[in-house]
Design a protein around this ligand. Sequence first.
Ligand SMILES: C[S@@+](CC[C@H](N)C(=O)[O-])C[C@H]1O[C@@H](n2cnc3c(N)ncnc32)[C@H](O)[C@@H]1O
Length: 320
Amino acid sequence: MVNEEGWVLYDYKPAAGVIEAEVLAGLQKDPKQISPKYFYDERGSQLFDAITQLPEYYPTRTELALFERYLPEIKQRVAAPPFCVVEYGSGSSKKIRRVLDVLRPAAYVPVDISRQYLLDNARQLKSDYPELAMYPVCADIGEHFALPDEVHSMQKLGFFPGSSIGNFRPQEATRFLQRARRTLGSDAQMLIGVDAKKSVAVLEAAYNDAAGVTAEFNLNALLHLNTQLSADFKPQQFAHVARYNATRGCMQMFLRSRVAQRVKIGDATIDFAADELVHTEDSYKYQPQEFVHIAEQAGFAQTALWQDDDAWYSLFLLHT
Ligand SMILES: C[S@@+](CC[C@H](N)C(=O)[O-])C[C@H]1O[C@@H](n2cnc3c(N)ncnc32)[C@H](O)[C@@H]1O
C-alpha cells in the first residue's frame, strides 16, 4: 500500500480471520485471556499516550530522563552513521525524536500493530524530519516479520523503549530477542528500556491511576474486539483489576466480569461467570541481572547499563 506522500507502508497486520481464531482460543482457556496487543486500536494508542502523562505512571518520565541524561554517552557507543533504527512498538514515536536528534541515523523503521496510529505518527515525523528515510511496518512483533529491503545493507540499532519487553513472559522475551537478533542481522545493537522491581505500592498505583485512564485503556480491548470482530461486549459489565504478582514478579491486569453474561464474537458465544477474571496483561519487572540473563540466553551481550538514581528503571545497550 502506498500512502498519499508516496511512501510505502509495509503491512503485515494479521487478517481478521487469524485475529478471531486467536481471540477465541484465548477466551476458551482457563483462565480466560485476551492478548495485550488488543488494547491498541487508535483509541487505545491515544489512551496509552494519556497514561504516559499521569502522575502515577513513573516509567515514561523516568525513561525520558535517562535519554536526556545519557544519549550523548549512548551516541559514543552506537555504530557510526549511516545506520538504521528499528523501533519495536513505536506508538506515538515521541521517544524516538530525542534519539533521532542525537544519534542521527540515516533510516528509521517504526513497527507497530496499531496501523492508523502508526501512519498518522509516521506522517508527522516525516514532516518534522524530511531528510530521514522512513519505512513504517505494521506487524505483530510477537511474530517474525521481514525488514524493508531498503535497509538491508545498513547496520541496525533495535530500539524497544517503554518496558514493553515486560509484556512477554520471560521465555517469550528470550524468543522475542532471538527473533530480533535474526531480524536485525549481524553486528546489531539494541537499546531497550526495562522496568525494575520496586515497592508494590508504587507499582500498583501506576496501574490503578486516580483518573481511571488505565481502567479505560484495559476496557478498550473489549471495544476494539467489538469493532474488529463484530463482538457484543458491554464494557460497563466488566471492571478493571490490576495487582502485583510477587511470585512471578509482574504486574497483572484483568477484566472482572461484574455479572454472569454471554458474549457473541462473530458466530461463537463465550460465557463469563460473575466475578470471573479475564487476564489482559503481564508487565514483568526485572532487576538488571535478571534481564541480562534473558538477553544472554537470546545471544545478546550487555554493552552498557544506565539507571536512574532510585534504580527504578534500566536502559540497556546490548550487542550481538
Ligand atoms: C506500551 S506502548 C509503548 C509505546 C512507546 N514505544 C513508548 O515507549 O511509549 C506499546 C506500543 O506497542 C504496540 N504494540 C503492542 N503490542 C504489539 C504487538 N504485538 N506488535 C506490534 N506492536 C505492538 C502498541 O500499539 C503501542 O504503540
